[in-house]
Structure formats: C-alpha cells, structure tokens
Write a protein that binds this ligand. Structure first.
Ligand code: FCB
Length: 437
C-alpha cells in the first residue's frame, strides 16, 4: 500500500526549518568551520534560539495556516561521541513532535541537513563504507525515540549540494576539493539513504520516506554561444536529472565538467522512496569555460525582469513548473520541500509565493502529482556561508530579544495554503508506475 499521500492528510502545506540554522549553540563540524574563519557571514551562535522555543515556533507555523512542519534533527546533539547517544536531546525532539501532533501539524523529519558530529569526518567519513552504518545507527535511535508519531521522513536533504560543496568546491565541511572522491561519496550517501529508510520502516512500517533534491534552472550566459548552451544542458542533465534517474531506475551515470563521471547502481534505491521532494529557488546562468571555477562560471542575473532577491537570486517561478514536470519522471508523489525568498522588506515575498503557487497549479493541471509545499523558511535564520544576512522568514526574528514578528506576507501564505489544501487528488494506486523520462 502506498504510504504517501497520507490517507487523512492528502496535502501538506507547511514551513521548513533546519536544526543548525535555527536551534543555536550546536557544537558540530559547522561550528568548527566558523571558528576557522571559513564562512563569509560569521558564526551561527544562538541562531534563532529555537532549541528553547520550538513549541512556540510551531504555534507560529500553525497561526500562519500550515498543516505540516518540516524540521531536522541535529546528529551532533544526538550522538556527541561515536555510539554514545544523548537521551535528553532525543527527548527534546520527542517533545516537539508531541506538541506538533497536539496542535495538528504533521511532523516532517529530515535526518541529514548538512551538519555532522565533529568526530564523523575523522572516524567514519563519507569516503568510508562505515559512514553508512553510522548514519543508519543514528537513524535507528531517532526512529526509536519518535516512533510512529512521525509518519513522514526525509533521510537526506540535498545530497548533491552537500556532495559538490563538501567534496568538489570544498566550501563547506569537510572542505575537500577532490573530484576523484565524488563517485564513492555519492554512492555512500545513496546507500546511507537506503539504510536509513530501511531502519525507519523496520520500526514504523507505515512511514513515508522522501528525499529533498535541490533543483536549479540553468540557462546559457550567452545565448549565442554553443559552449554555454551545451554547459547549461549538461548541468541540467547531470545536476537536476542525475538524482531523479538514480531514484527512478536504481542507476546513475552523469558527468561533472570537465571530466568527472559519476556512475553507479543500487537496486534498492527504487523502492526506498514514497515521495520525491523538490527544493527550488532560482536559475543560474552558465558561462564556459570557467576561469575561477572548475565547472564553469555561474551566476545569477535578472533576465526575467522581476528583480533580484536580497541575496541576488533571480526569481523564476515558471521554472518550478518545468522542474516539477522533470521530477515527475520518478513516478512518485511530489512535494516541494523548500521554496522561498530572502526579502527583508517583504516587498516581493507575496508575489513570489503567489507566482510559485500558480506554477504548481499549472503543473497539477498537466497531471503532475504535487502533494505538498513547504515555504523556506518559517523564521529568519542562519543562512550557512551567508550568515544572518538573507532574511527568508515569514517571521522576522529580533536576535537580541529573540522575539518573532509576522511579516505581512504571512497572510498570503495562509490564503494560498487554503487554496492548495482545497484542491485534492485522487489517491494513487498502490502499484508504482515505472520510471518514465
Ligand atoms: C537550501 C538549503 C537550506 C537553505 C536554503 C536557502 O538549499 O537546504 O538549508 O539554506 O537553501
């Protein structure tokens, strides 16, 4: 029986946060990275203080009209030393889940959202096969603690972003820039996903498992340049479709310029998912060859004429429709697991959400099965390398008092949610259709 969509909650409309970006004071590989001065935007520190405020934050999501709450678990809090688990940290998340259920929000739990315990990269790095067992053991502890109360799980957030930034560009921990490691690391991440999914299903047979795939629209910087056009096509083929094919067929085979070939096969990938998550934000313009970067130059620019977001990203809602059509090849229910805008003045956020909601509605009319949408983010938070600069929140956070203030566009989020939840799908058949690119 298909575990997703949920029978009693066929559509999810929610907000997303991740542990490190909101909780505060989490000792992990990222906090070490900050101390070594390798972030542009400074240290995370107390973040948005959500570790103490999760319940009232969940109330804010509900007040804004959400029926689901996506958050992630801090591996470094749960397993500060290898094999030694912190019961109080597990209880903290269990209390949050209880609260979510009490206020009728569906908990959607991500297990890996970029950060690791500090010991991980030394003892069992993603280049080693032991990484898989470690991640599965961590998953098992969390699943034991949260039990059947969590029905929707996402073991990995954006595995390709982590792979490329962590092992190719070396911009985020573990900060390695060695293309030769990529095939092995990707294989381990995908196997870890399967092992994590199996550990969850062992404990909670009805659980729905997903993955959050970052999808980016790519365009040639110079339309007249054959090489730029080729690069944009290759980027789409590799970055966007590579993972869709992997989950759709159990095989992957794609190229990262200039010469890295990622190729592998894991048959259990195809049965590991109940839904496919798309994280979508923007479009990159690519120029070949790259002078500064190995995979070519890429940047954002306002080609669509809607203006750039505060962090300089192009706004291209119509591209979400294209990405959803692409992702539908995996033949699973789709969820937009992240979509949002950095807009401190809240001048563009309402239009941004409205236009993306229209793109979703168009995709649905064309037969794409969209079952959820999560706005990134509930709160202003710590945006990784960019620190606290970009303000993605439906709620503004005053970091001195940690008070939260709704931005006016929260009303738009609520209205769009009502419309989204009113439309419903026929339940899909239990028989999964085959991958169909
Ligand atoms: C996504 C990340 C998320 C957040 C947004 C802006 O790629 O998953 O943590 O930083 O970008």
């Amino acid at each position: 029986m298909s575990r997703f969509p949920l029978i009693d909650r066929p559509r999810l409309w929610g907000t997303a946060v991740s542990h490190y970006q909101v909780e505060g004071d989490d000792e992990c590989d990222w906090s070490e990275w900050e101390r070594s001065g390798r972030t542009r935007g400074g240290a995370c520190g107390a973040a948005a203080g959500s570790w103490e405020r999760y319940e009232s934050d969940a109330d804010l999501a509900r007040d804004a009209g959400a029926n689901a709450f996506r958050f992630s678990i801090s591996w470094s809090r749960i397993e500060p030393n290898p094999g030694s688990y912190d019961g109080a940290a597990l209880d903290r998340y269990a209390r949050l889940v209880d609260h979510l259920l009490a206020i009728d929000l569906e908990p959607v739990v991500t297990l890996f959202h970029y950060t690791h315990p500090r010991w991980f990269h030394e003892r069992t790095p993603w280049t080693s096969t032991e990484s898989v067992a470690r991640f599965a053991a961590f998953t098992a502890r969390v699943a034991d603690a949260l039990g059947d109360r969590v029905r929707v799980w996402m073991p990995l957030n954006e595995p390709l972003v982590f792979l490329l930034a962590g092992f190719y560009d070396g911009q985020i921990p573990p900060g390695i820039a060695d293309g030769r490691l990529l095939p092995k690391v990707l294989d381990h991440l995908l196997v870890a996903h399967c092992a994590s999914a199996a550990a969850i299903r062992d404990r909670s047979p009805g659980a729905a498992i997903g993955v959050a795939h970052n999808m980016v629209a790519f365009a040639p910087e110079r339309k007249g340049s054959f090489l730029d056009r080729m690069l944009a096509r290759l980027a789409h083929r590799s970055y966007n479709r590579g993972l869709i094919e992997a989950f759709g067929t159990g095989r992957w085979d794609f190229l990262l310029p200039p010469t890295t070939r990622l190729r592998g096969r894991r048959d259990d990938l195809t049965s590991s998912l109940d839904f496919f998550g798309v994280n979508f934000y923007s479009r990159l313009h690519l120029r070949c060859p790259g002078r500064e970067r190995r995979i070519g130059e890429f940047h954002y620019r306002d080609a669509a004429g809607r203006g750039l977001t505060d962090n300089g990203w192009e706004i291209v809602p119509e591209q979400l429709e294209t990405m959803l059509a692409e992702a539908s090849a995996v033949n699973l229910p789709l969820v937009i697991s992240e979509n949002g805008i950095a807009d401190a003045a809240d001048r563009m956020r309402s239009d941004f959400m409205t236009e993306h909601a229209s793109a979703i509605a168009r995709a649905e009319s064309a037969g794409v099965p969209v079952h959820g949408y999560f706005y990134w983010s509930l709160l202003d938070n710590y945006e990784w390398l960019d620190g606290f600069g970009p303000k993605f929140g439906l709620y503004e956070v005053d970091r001195l008092s940690m008070s939260r203030f709704p931005r006016p566009s929260t009303a738009t989020f609520r209205r769009l949610g009502q419309e989204f939840l009113r439309r419903s799908h026929e339940p899909r058949s239990a028989e999964a259709a085959p991958y169909s690119p």
